[in-house]
Design a protein. Structure first.
Length: 297
């Protein structure tokens, strides 16, 4: 029996319902979903929009994004990345972490629950990363988007599956550990499934993993045939890997926090030999642009 991670505790809006809520045409809803502006997922061939995330997205546009008054908690939000996690600890910058996906990080950053967020949000319309969704949400706001890493992502598989899972189409009928709706990984995976004309219900979905490490651990323990994960973690666990796409992982940072000692300490560490050496030991990572400005609000 196919399992899904759609919780009965959360209501999902359909395209007509979201169009009515926003007072726009349904065609515009499809455009918002395609460029990643509004949180959504495709289930059984239909676009669905988690109601709570949609209301947080709407609130973001009403909270005065052009101002950044008062202190923010010293918390790094957004998507989990093992290299980022390590660098924050190793730099001794004192910034705490709360990683629960790109969309969650964007929402919480907008609500001033942290001073930065890690993002890897794919814009299908322009085949680019992060800038369109950040520009749509924070144009004119005192924030900056910095490059962190390029990462190779693909199918992390059990070694015994190497001859049976060679493309994304080979996932049909297999068990796969997904990430939660709203995670950049999940949004990208759903996009790749659509491109390959694969219905999600043809894959046996296990319960969601809420970070990169837990998703790969499911495969390593034999609980799942595959997950859509990072090459570096596949290598670490001696698992098979089918490369699918190189993605950009960027850092959205409050401009005020950018100039304060904790963030300056962390950003300074990104230029250190220790950081470069550690990143070089992680397969599938490229960090030559780490710390450079990609977009300035």
């Amino acid at each position: 029996m196919t399992k899904t991670d759609t919780s009965s505790a959360e209501r999902y809006l359909t395209v007509p319902e979201l169009a009515a809520l926003l007072r726009i045409k349904e065609r515009k809803v499809y455009d918002l979903a395609a460029n990643g502006t509004v949180p959504c997922s495709k289930v059984t061939g239909k676009l669905l929009f988690p109601e709570q995330a949609v209301h947080r997205w709407l609130a973001r546009g009403q909270t005065g994004a052009g101002t950044d008054e008062g202190p923010r908690p010293a918390v790094f939000l957004g998507s989990h990345d093992p290299l980022l996690d390590w660098a924050l600890r190793q730099s001794e910058c004192g910034i705490a972490t709360f990683f629960d996906g790109s969309q969650d990080g964007l929402d919480r950053f907008s609500a001033r629950e942290g001073l930065a967020a890690g993002l890897h949000m794919f814009d299908a319309a322009g085949s680019t990363w992060n800038i369109p969704v950040v520009e749509a949400a924070f144009s004119g706001a005192p924030v900056v988007l910095l490059a962190f890493a390029k990462r190779m992502r693909g199918l992390v598989i059990q070694p015994t599956m190497a001859s049976r899972i060679e493309t994304i189409r080979d996932l049909v009928g297999r068990t796969l550990t997904p990430r939660q709706i709203g995670a950049g990984t999940r949004t990208l995976f759903d996009h790749l499934l659509r491109d390959a004309d694969i219905l999600p219900e043809t894959i046996q979905l296990r319960p969601v993993a809420r970070n990169e490490a837990d998703a790969v651990l499911d495969v390593a323990t034999g609980a799942s045939d595959a997950t859509f994960g990072l090459e570096a973690l596949a290598e670490q666990h001696k698992l098979g890997f089918v490369p699918l796409i190189e993605e950009r992982f960027d850092l959205l940072i409050s401009r005020k926090a950018y100039f304060e000692p904790p963030m300056q300490r962390f950003l300074g560490f990104l230029n250190s030999p220790a950081f470069a050496e550690h990143a070089a030991g992680m397969k599938g990572y490229g960090v030559t642009e780490a710390g450079t400005v990609r977009w300035n609000g």
